[in-house]
Design a protein around this ligand. Structure first.
Ligand code: ADP
Ligand code: MG
Length: 259
């Protein structure tokens, strides 16, 4: 089942430090909402609020029209920026971890997670430990672990930030059709404007802290075309530059830093 996600006037502070202020956002069922903004503007905090790990100080967040923290915890799977794979577990057991946490036996978790190994380009690596896998493969195991929990909402926190440019582009191209199946409503945090526009249906750009909405933009349709062609298309590059300019205006300190 796919669900809607919305926030109205969402704000949060850690003591005297106001991190997020008056955020409105919306994703329809099956949509990918990209979230870009400078480091420290509250992106990870927002994912924690959406996922029910924290309660916002101000405003409301609803998933499928329900506001409770527990309902959000129940419905969201979170993929942290660091892959957080257990070094002593095989790829298969790492991928099945979320299922073990849901009470499945080791055998059931392995069988269920194993079904996706081929699709994720991991066939033959079931028994490999994380240090035997490339960076891109580790991220795919981490993503698989997020996906097998069968939650309605995926919260992806800079999933490709640690990867080199080539692997990153490959994984973006690989992830697009997975997200396009519309089985999940997704919030994708990235500092890369191009990645946000390529993978998302709409992009929300945040100002530097306290994070406020600097711009909200519908992303161009990218399905069915090679990535190279999409990201060099004049319509795409125009939106990328427009979004970058808006980010620069609202966060002067990242003028040279954002891509
Ligand atoms: N648990 C916490 N306690 C106090 N301050 C925090 C906590 N978590 C994050 N912060 C602060 O909130 C701000 C936003 O952090 P974060 O959401 O991680 O930003 P981003 O993900 O956009 O880089 C930062 O200044 C960070 O130091
Ligand atoms: Mg972060």
């Amino acid at each position: 089942m796919t669900v809607s996600l919305s926030g109205r006037g969402v704000g949060h502070s850690f003591g005297d430090l106001t991190v997020l202020d008056g955020l409105d956002f919306e994703a329809r069922p099956g949509e990918v909402l990209g979230l870009v903004g400078p480091s420290g503007c509250g992106k990870s905090t927002l994912l924690e609020l959406i996922g029910g790990l924290r309660q916002p100080d101000r405003g409301r967040i609803e998933i499928d029209g329900k506001e409770g923290e527990d309902a959000r915890l129940e419905r969201c799977a979170w993929m942290p920026q660091k892959d957080c794979l257990l070094p002593w577990y095989t790829a298969l057991d790492n991928a099945g971890l979320a299922l073990r946490n849901l009470g499945r036996s080791k055998g059931e978790a392995r069988a269920e997670a194993g079904l996706l190994f081929d699709r994720f380009g991991l066939a033959g690596f079931e028994q490999s430990r994380p240090d035997q896998l490339s960076g891109g493969m580790r991220q795919r195991v981490a993503f698989l672990r997020t996906l097998v929990s069968r939650k309605d909402v995926l919260l992806l926190d800079e999933p490709f930030a640690s990867l080199d440019a080539i692997t990153r582009a490959e994984l973006q191209e690989w992830l697009l059709p997975v997200l396009d199946e519309k089985d999940h409503t997704v919030v994708l945090v990235t500092h890369d404007v191009e990645e946000a526009l390529y993978l998302s249906d709409a992009v929300l750009a945040l100002t530097s802290r306290p994070g406020r909405v600097a711009a909200s933009m519908k992303a161009p349709s990218t399905t069915g075309f090679p990535r190279e062609q999409v990201v060099t298309d004049p319509g795409f590059t125009e939106r990328r530059e427009e979004l970058l300019a808006l980010l620069r205006q609202s966060s002067p300190s990242i003028a040279g830093g954002a891509r």
